[in-house]
Write a protein that binds this ligand. Structure first.
Ligand code: AMP
Length: 394
């Protein structure tokens, strides 16, 4: 079975073609700067041959033409009939979708109604879906939502203590994001520990440029750090995470910031970047011993994660694994060590040698005396989208 996964942004489109008999990726690529003077195309086949091209691509429809040309010209497929389906990453499914679902007209109308909740992402996701509907009307399309995995949260976790009408009329509540990543991490953790995923309690730490933590109880998300938008929660590359919302009124009333400036400040100029002027954790770690602002950025980042781990232990009671994933979680033994340091109270103890060992995909780094397994699992959101697409077709 072959499934193409599309991740459409407003000016970019990522694709990956999977063979789901072996769960391997045939071909993957990225088209950037759509509708700009020169769009950038890069792709690789069987993770080897890399091709980079520059071309003017007018819109998402033409981008799909380019992608299918790549797939046909390289001989990866000879006909669209070879594709069983296309799985789309869709950021916001609101309360409509608790799992991946087949795309139809009703869904498109619902996704449009959710645009105010995800103004940057849902319009781009819809563009990708509509372009494909035009290009290949008979091809099955499946939407896999970032929010769906968290629809299992109980109301006490997803409700804000705001006037209830803001929820009932305006749908203001916590939704959570990175759902495909947390779902994939759960499955891989269960495989790694040889347990059933629906019996497992885990804390999943997705630590990349965007970062979130998820408390998973008996295979279901019961809480997560991102909320109404991906701004809430952990300190991220450029996002502040949790702040006192009164800061917004203060900046607006007393410091003459416009609302747009505050939006940009919190989403694009805060987080690690705001504290030390850099959002690449590798550079920050390199410089932290020479410059206090870099050390402070790391300290705030790690401290916030520790607070969430403590909170999620309190919610879950029993934790079967603490799992690290995404760029920082997978690659930075230093950050993993700082996070796990002084958490013996929760039965967490690292093995420094295992933590520092360079391993490809999945490994554990807990001490033999640790009550809680500590794991690194390489996330693969696109593969998870392909797998959920497949599950829906079977
Ligand atoms: P992602 O959004 O998952 O691609 O993760 C991006 C983040 O991972 C950036 O902050 C990178 O600096 C960070 N990252 C990638 N590799 C490493 C590494 N070896 N050590 C520390 N941080 C890393």
């Amino acid at each position: 079975m072959r499934v193409l996964v599309l991740n459409s942004g407003s000016s970019s489109l990522k694709f990956k073609l999977f063979n789901l008999t072996t769960n391997s990726c045939f071909c993957s690529g990225l088209i950037e700067k759509i509708a700009e003077v020169q769009s950038l195309i890069s792709f690789s086949i069987h993770q080897e041959k890399k091709i980079d091209k520059k071309l003017f691509i007018k819109n998402h429809h033409d981008t799909l033409e380019v992608i299918f040309d790549i797939l046909f010209d390289s001989g990866v497929i000879v006909s669209l009939d070879e594709l069983s389906a296309v799985g789309h990453r869709v950021v916001h499914g609101g309360e409509y979708y608790t799992k991946a679902s087949i795309v139809d007209e009703v869904m498109i109308q619902r996704l449009k109604s959710l645009i105010p909740l995800a103004p940057l992402h849902n319009p781009a996701n819809i563009l990708g879906i509509e372009a494909l509907m035009k290009k290949a009307p008979h091809l099955k399309q499946v939407a896999v939502f970032d929010t769906a995995f968290h629809q299992s949260m109980p109301s006490k976790a997803y409700m804000y203590a705001l006037p209830i009408d803001l929820y009932k009329k305006d749908k203001i509540r916590r939704y959570g994001f990175h759902g495909s990543s947390h779902a994939y991490v759960l499955k891989q953790t269960a495989k790694f520990l040889n347990q059933n995923s629906d019996e497992m309690n885990i804390i999943s730490l997705h630590l990349g440029n965007g970062a979130s933590v998820c408390a998973i109880k008996e295979g279901l998300s019961v809480d997560t750090s991102m909320g109404f938008t991906p701004l809430e929660g952990l300190v991220m590359g450029t996002r502040s995470g949790d702040i006192d919302s009164a800061i917004i009124f203060y900046l607006y009333k007393e410091k003459a910031y416009t609302l747009e400036e505050i939006d940009i400040l919190l989403n694009q100029k805060s987080g690690l970047l705001g504290v030390c002027g850099e959002n690449d954790m590798r550079l920050i770690l390199d410089k932290k011993d020479k410059d206090k602002s870099f050390q402070l950025a790391v300290d705030i980042f790690v401290y916030r994660i520790k607070k969430y781990i403590g909170a999620y232990f309190a919610i879950l009671g029993r934790v079967d694994a603490l799992v690290f994933t995404a760029g920082i979680g997978e690659h930075s033994s230093k950050i993993r060590e700082m996070i796990c340091n002084d958490l013996e109270v929760f039965g967490i103890k690292t093995d420094a040698e295992k933590n520092n060992s360079k391993q490809e995909k999945e490994f554990s780094f807990h001490h033999t005396n640790s009550r809680v397994p500590l794991l690194v699992i390489k996330t693969d959101e696109e593969l998870e989208i392909a797998l959920q697409t497949k599950e829906l077709l079977l």
